[in-house]
Write a protein that binds this ligand. Structure first.
Ligand code: NAP
Length: 305
């Protein structure tokens, strides 16, 4: 039987893996479908302590993985399909394979939220709609694109896209940005970015070949519809927790965020089941806080009987 299984391989999972491995727990980590988690889709991370020049998101989380492996963590590139966590022995299944563990740390992160407007799912993945500028931005060299959202992600994506694109329309549903001051100011002062405020997407339009040719937005104050020609639409409106597999066992809020028990940020309602990172935290959601939660979960797991 495994002493501890860690589900997830972003900053939270890797933070937990480093601490569990150094505590001699010989952790087994399942990466999920996106090894390294969401940070692998970020460009420069400028606020992770210790990197005054900034650090590439992919590089940062990959170094965490190397660090965990150096201390003996075993990392399996597999997704967990079923769990049974309520009993004393925890069962974790990855397809046909089943594993028993004394303790489990859930660090499954979150996935991008989409708007659900007409045309979005049809054009997603190579036809003009994306949720990751870092992954897909280079395909839009010399083109006009739009970004939807008003948070740090939207501002960061819009700025990043100006490296390649002729122009970026930043479409936000209010007239105030949710993004931190520095990120918003960077976007607002970028000459290639034009803001389209108080506006929500209505439809993403396809050309005759089935590729994005524009977006229709509605001004929420005037009700006026406007068509913005663009070859790409990047959706950056937040995330939803990847917790479906734990439903009915671990206590969650209506949005699917795992609820930490009072007095602890990382204890779930189940004995010897801990949680870390964006699948539980909807307040801070930072690489540094996710890694720190992984550390906390690992310390509690290593101290528990
Ligand atoms: P977020 O802060 O939740 O912002 C989501 C944005 O999308 C908000 O502006 C929201 O509008 C808008 N939105 C939500 N649903 C919408 C819908 N259906 N249609 C149109 N617009 C919609 O999410 P985030 O920007 O992904 O950031 C998440 C966390 O990661 C934050 O804590 C952020 O600080 C952090 N982050 C940090 C960095 C960095 O420091 N380098 C980079 C990226 C993210 P409202 O404002 O009206 O609610």
């Amino acid at each position: 039987m495994e002493e501890v299984i860690i589900i997830g391989s972003g900053c939270a999972g890797m933070g937990a893996a480093i601490y569990c491995a150094r505590a001699g727990m010989n952790p087994l980590v399942f990466t999920g479908s996106q090894p390294g988690g969401l940070l692998t889709t970020t460009s420069d991370v400028e606020n992770f302590p210790g990197f005054p020049e900034g650090v590439n998101g992919f590089e940062l989380v990959w170094k965490m993985r190397e660090q965990a492996e150096k201390f003996g963590a075993r990392i399996e590139d597999a997704s967990v399909t079923k769990v049974e966590l309520t009993g004393g022995i925890k069962k974790v299944e990855c397809g046909e394979k089943s594993f028993d563990a004394a303790k489990v740390i859930i660090a499954v992160g979150s996935s991008p939220r989409m708007t659900g407007v007409k045309g979005e799912s049809e054009l997603y993945g190579g036809r003009g709609v994306s949720a990751c500028a870092t992954c897909d931005g280079a395909f839009y060299k010399g083109k006009d694109v739009a970004v939807i959202g008003g948070g740090d992600s939207a501002c960061e994506e819009a700025n990043f896209l100006t490296r390649f694109c002729s122009s970026v329309k930043l479409i936000h549903r209010r007239d105030q940005f949710r993004a931190s001051k520095i990120m918003a100011e960077r976007a607002l002062s970028n000459p290639k970015i034009e803001t389209v405020l108080d506006s929500v997407p209505e439809e993403i339009l396809a050309d005759e070949k089935g590729f994005c040719r524009g977006i229709i937005v509605k001004n929420v104050k005037s009700g006026i519809l406007k068509e913005i020609p663009c070859k790409g639409v990047f959706v950056a409106i937040g995330h939803k927790p990847n917790t479906d597999v734990f439903k009915g066992q671990v206590e969650m809020d209506p949005e699917g965020y795992i609820i930490p028990q009072s007095g602890s940020l990382v204890k779930t309602n189940l004995d010897n089941v801990y949680v870390a990172g964006d699948c539980s935290d909807k307040t801070y959601r930072q690489a540094v806080t996710a890694a720190a939660m992984g550390c906390m979960a690992a310390i509690l797991a290593s101290n528990s009987k």
